[in-house]
Design a protein around this ligand. Sequence first.
Ligand SMILES: NC(=O)c1ccc[n+]([C@@H]2O[C@H](COP(=O)([O-])OP(=O)(O)OC[C@H]3O[C@@H](n4cnc5c(N)ncnc54)[C@H](OP(=O)(O)O)[C@@H]3O)[C@@H](O)[C@H]2O)c1
Length: 282
Amino acid sequence: MDDNLLITNLFSIKDKTALITGGATGIGKMIAKAFVKNGVKVYIASRNKKNLEETAEELTKMGPGVCYSIEANLTSKGACEKLAADFQKLGNEKLDILVNNAGAIGFNAPLTDFPEKKWDNIYNLHVKSVFYLTIACLPLLEKASNKPIDPSRVIITGSILGIGDGQPKFTQVIGSCSLPYNSSKHAVHSVAKNLAVHLTPRGVNVNIIAPGVVPVRAFLNNMNDIILSEIPQGRTGNEMDIAGAVIYLSSRASSWVAGTEIVVDGGTLLNFKLSDEYIKNF
Ligand SMILES: NC(=O)c1ccc[n+]([C@@H]2O[C@H](COP(=O)([O-])OP(=O)(O)OC[C@H]3O[C@@H](n4cnc5c(N)ncnc54)[C@H](OP(=O)(O)O)[C@@H]3O)[C@@H](O)[C@H]2O)c1
């Protein structure tokens, strides 16, 4: 019985099967890598075939888990249903972990001239597809569930911008409006919590990771100083920070955790930030 408390059991995700949207790049790839490193059979799904194939090959070489890819453009209900069907056609009758992670950068247009097409794209990807993909995968998640001891899991990559309001400074200096992105992330946090209401009794736990800035592309590196000025811990996030949260949310350790947000942001959301002078002097 006491062996259950060993980290190797409590946090084990070995031999589970996971589907990760947007898993070929950025935070999704960090999640895929953490899973493969810990013995999970991973499917990554997005639009760019080349990225998908390269990541799947790189991670499978790493092992001990494996990584496969499925092409999907997740902006409609039909596309979500097709992804669930494609996943099943590959011989999978159940799904232990669904990670709704795909996202679009939402702050490269000004407030008074924000293209409607971009608004629709952000909302379709961040809000609509998370709901429809989760519903499309529900029969597979229910089959995998060992409820109430070890339910299957849905993890949604939200954002600290889905909790707080306003804009990070690095989006302000480029004169860009993050309102559509922020509001879509607020919406998906609500979708996640409401899905948790419906799915927890069915043996599927739904939770959110809300990252702060995790540099995934070069333009963020160019703005390191301004980004760090808003992070009390003094550094941006990395793959270990993301892995820690998703492994917890995927393992027995979080079986009794549903409908929550895990904020992974080095303290960015803390609104009682101290001034540099105070930190130096006291
Ligand atoms: N990086 C951060 O600082 C940060 C902070 C908080 C939250 N987030 C969230 O983290 C998630 C991942 O973003 P990221 O920062 O890692 O950026 P990223 O590398 O650009 O990842 C976005 C992923 O979404 C996929 N995607 C985009 N449109 C898609 C579509 N229509 N259908 C299917 N897949 C699509 C992309 O793949 P394809 O191009 O191949 O489709 C890509 O792999 C997003 O939800 C984002 O909002 C990021």
